[in-house]
Design a protein around this ligand. Structure first.
Ligand SMILES: [Zn+2]
Length: 280
């Protein structure tokens, strides 16, 4: 029998297997509330995993009142419609809730029924979730703060396994750093990431994430000084070379590009024609 695992008063989790970025293999589905449930990220597109979630929710017996998405990525929204349909077939209507930007990014894939904004408080039968809009990894990303237990459902702002990709196509390193700073100000008791185990010592970990990004930016600026005019892939090879297999370098160069754009914004790098960069 699949059961929800308790994490904090009124917050439980079921890790669902998803097509996510390795080394992660699962996305955590958090279930918040006592007599009425908010299901955060019923993420799996695979029917056997969707069935496990339904089984766990039915075993609990409480009614699902809403389905909430932290952001639009496929490894977070893959089972949202399936869960809504399964609940509707049982006579329970549960709206899908997300930030307006997430709703817009999901047009044509998942219909978002209600939008939430920064500062909104979601009442989840005994647990109040305070919404923070935390762009950077994804433009419509939100985290949910339960002030009574101090837990923060953190989505893809931090990871218990693997790293957070900032893809400049839809992400922004400056926004990500600002969002991490906001989260650090919460004094959270634990961060509940979408991938991996709960993270305690929340402020220390958030501080580490911020420092690590600044350190990486400095490394990239130094690589530009050493290499001259180069593209992001050459910088990735220089900066990550020893840490990563060659197959991971294209993804690393996306991450490097996010840092280069941030450095350019701060007058520390200059983009050239043809995707080349140099130190400013
Ligand atoms: Zn994501």
């Amino acid at each position: 029998m699949t059961a929800l695992e308790p994490l904090a008063d009124g917050i439980r989790v079921l890790a669902l297997r998803t097509p996510t970025l390795l080394p992660a293999t699962h996305t955590n589905c958090y279930v918040v509330g006592r007599t009425g449930l908010t299901v955060i990220e019923p993420a799996s597109p695979w029917p056997d995993e969707q069935d496990r979630l339904i089984e766990a929710l039915e075993a609990d017996g409480a009614r699902v009142e809403r389905i909430l998405l932290t952001h639009h990525h496929p490894d977070h929204v893959g089972g949202a419609l399936a869960l809504r349909d399964a609940l509707a077939a049982r006579g329970h209507a549960a709206p899908i809730v997300a930030h307006a930007t997430t709703r817009d990014l999901l047009v044509g894939t998942v219909v978002v029924d209600e939008v939430i904004s920064d500062g909104d408080v979601l009442r989840c039968s005994g647990v109040d979730l305070h919404t923070l809009h935390t762009p950077g990894h994804a433009p419509g990303h939100v985290v949910l703060h339960d002030r009574s237990s101090g837990a923060v459902v953190a989505g893809d702002m931090v990871a218990g396994v693997g790293t957070i990709l900032i893809d400049p196509f839809e992400g922004d390193l400056g926004h990500y750093l600002d969002s991490l700073e906001r989260m650090r100000g919460l004094g959270a008791s634990q961060l509940l990431p979408a991938h991996g185990d709960a993270i305690v010592h929340a402020d220390a970990i958030l501080g580490f994430y911020i420092a690590h990004r600044h350190q990486r930016s400095t490394q990239i600026q130094e690589a530009l000084r050493t290499l001259g005019e180069v593209d992001a892939l050459a910088i990735a090879r220089q900066v990550y070379g020893a840490e990563l297999p060659d197959a991971a370098l294209p993804l690393a160069s996306i991450q490097v590009t996010a840092h280069l754009l941030w450095l350019a914004k701060h007058g520390r790098a200059e983009g050239q024609v043809g995707g080349l960069w140099r130190a400013a």
